[in-house]
Design a protein. Structure first.
Length: 100
C-alpha cells in the first residue's frame, strides 16, 4: 500500500534488441522537490529545489538561471525518486522502438 515518505526505484530499460548497449550510455535527470534531501517536506512552500539546490529567479527580470544543469546517471542504473518529487528524465540513446 501507499506509504508517506517512501522512495521509489524503477528499472528503466535503456536498450532494445535493435540497440545493443556499449555500457557508456547515460541519462539526464532533473529532480524537483519541495526541499533539500533529508529535510522534512513542506508541500505548502513557495520554494522549489532542482537537483538539491534552491531554484530561484532573478528578482529584476524574473528569469531562471540557465542552463538548468541535469544530474547525469548511467542509463542502466535504477531511477530513484524521492517521495513528493517530480522528475524529468532523458535517455538519449534508449533505442525505444516507439521513438524511432
Amino acid at each position: 500500500g501507499w506509504r508517506s515518505g517512501a522512495e521509489v526505484k524503477l528499472s528503466v530499460g535503456a536498450t532494445s534488441p535493435a540497440h545493443e548497449s556499449t555500457g557508456s550510455e547515460v541519462r539526464y535527470e532533473w529532480h524537483l522537490t519541495a526541499g533539500p534531501e533529508g529535510t522534512p517536506v513542506d508541500l505548502t512552500t513557495h520554494q522549489t529545489w532542482l537537483n538539491g539546490a534552491l531554484l530561484s529567479v532573478d528578482p529584476a527580470t524574473g528569469a531562471l538561471p540557465l542552463p538548468l544543469e541535469p544530474q547525469t546517471q548511467p542509463a542502466s542504473a535504477p531511477v530513484e525518486l524521492a517521495a513528493t518529487s517530480a522528475a524529468f528524465i532523458v535517455i538519449p540513446n534508449a533505442g525505444a522502438e516507439a521513438c524511432m
